[in-house]
Design a protein around this ligand. Structure first.
Ligand code: PBG
Length: 331
């Protein structure tokens, strides 16, 4: 009988030892908490496919912001559910639009809280696409026109910065959006407002519950002409490289769980902060299994978020943020 020289179990013997050799430590500073703001009064309605996540009208927002601040979470990501939609998403760049109003309010209540504004048109267009639709003059085929959409996204980003957004997060996946928005922000005097680019955003089935929440499902077709094919990895490098060249300050990978290899690759190749978006269906699947008593929600969530950080995430956008913050505190 020969005995092992290397015994990895030696450092696992007690809880204190395990704490000492822990390589990845999740903290409350890692989280960004998404919030859906809606028009109307006295609305706090739970999104059926996302238990624990709500549509909040402006008058109910303060309580939620107080809870975020009390949790220690440093940042929120705002999505708007507007009153009106049209062909060109006008309410996305309305200076008094829902996200702009919410941003102003949050900055007045909690100036230290970092407000990230999602810059996209899909929740504001009747057709639910992330840009302007053009029809081919002969075949009539519809597609999202890249450059016409850029102009509207730039307007949206500027109006968000004007309202006080600390970070602009464009999620529309048009080519050249970082460059266009950077130029627009700079020209408007917001050269110090960073861009968190949804650099690598896949055409994913994991956005389903979010589209219920944001009322942003495409009314025809899908998003595959602008979002990435889940099969592609090298193309993710090209997306990220172009965003870096165009002046992005942070790179995001979305969704997170099925794409941790992409996250890892970006982390190894770039020195910008890398952000993981733990998307809606990743959240809802955990909630559904937990509600059935099939998993230990707390353990699964903390393990998942730790996995994202271990894979390379400097920041994690997650609907679990407030729960996770509480669990970390209790630990
Ligand atoms: C779109 C946008 C999407 C999400 C955030 N911004 C997805 C989409 O409909 O393409 C998804 C977030 C989630 O699923 O949690 N601009």
């Amino acid at each position: 009988m020969s005995y092992p020289i290397t015994r990895l179990r030696r450092l696992r013997g007690t809880s204190a030892l395990r704490q000492m050799v822990k390589e990845t430590v999740l903290t409350v500073n890692d989280f960004i908490y998404p919030i859906f703001v809606t028009y109307g009064e006295n609305i706090k309605s739970e999104i059926p496919s996302m238990p624990g996540v709500y549509h909040l009208s402006m008058d109910r927002l303060k309580t939620e912001i107080d809870a975020v601040v009390a949790s220690g979470v440093k940042s929120v990501l705002l999505f708007g559910v507007p009153e009106t939609k049209d062909e060109v998403g006008s309410s996305a760049y309305d200076p008094n639009g829902i996200v702009q109003e919410a941003t102003r309010a949050i900055k007045s209540w909690a100036p230290e809280l970092v407000v990230v504004a999602d810059t996209c048109l899909c929740a504001y267009t009747e057709h639910g696409h992330c840009g302007v639709i053009h029809h081919h003059p002969v075949t009539g085929a519809a597609d999202v026109n890249n450059d016409a959409s850029l102009e509207l996204l730039v307007k949206t980003a500027i109006s968000q910065a004007e309202a006080g957004a600390d970070i602009i997060a464009p999620s529309n996946m048009m080519d050249g959006f970082v460059h266009a928005i950077r130029e627009g922000l700079d020209a408007a005097g917001y050269e110090n407002v960073p861009i968190m680019s949804y650099s690598v955003k896949y055409a994913s089935a994991f956005y389903g519950p979010f589209r219920d929440a944001a009322h942003s499902s495409p009314q025809f077709g899908d998003r595959k002409t602008y979002q990435m094919d889940p099969a592609n990895l090298r193309e993710a490098m090209r997306e990220a490289e172009s965003d870096v060249v165009e002046g992005a300050d942070m790179l995001m990978v979305k969704p997170a769980l099925a794409y941790l290899d992409v996250l890892r690759m970006l982390k190894e190749h770039f020195d910008l902060p890398v952000v993981a978006y733990n998307v809606s269906a990743e959240y809802s699947m955990v909630k559904a299994a937990a509600a059935n008593g099939w998993i230990d929600e707390r353990a699964v969530v903390l393990e998942t978020l730790t996995g994202m950080k271990r894979a390379g995430a400097d920041l994690i956008i997650t609907y679990h943020a407030l729960d996770a913050a509480r669990w970390l505190r209790e630990q």
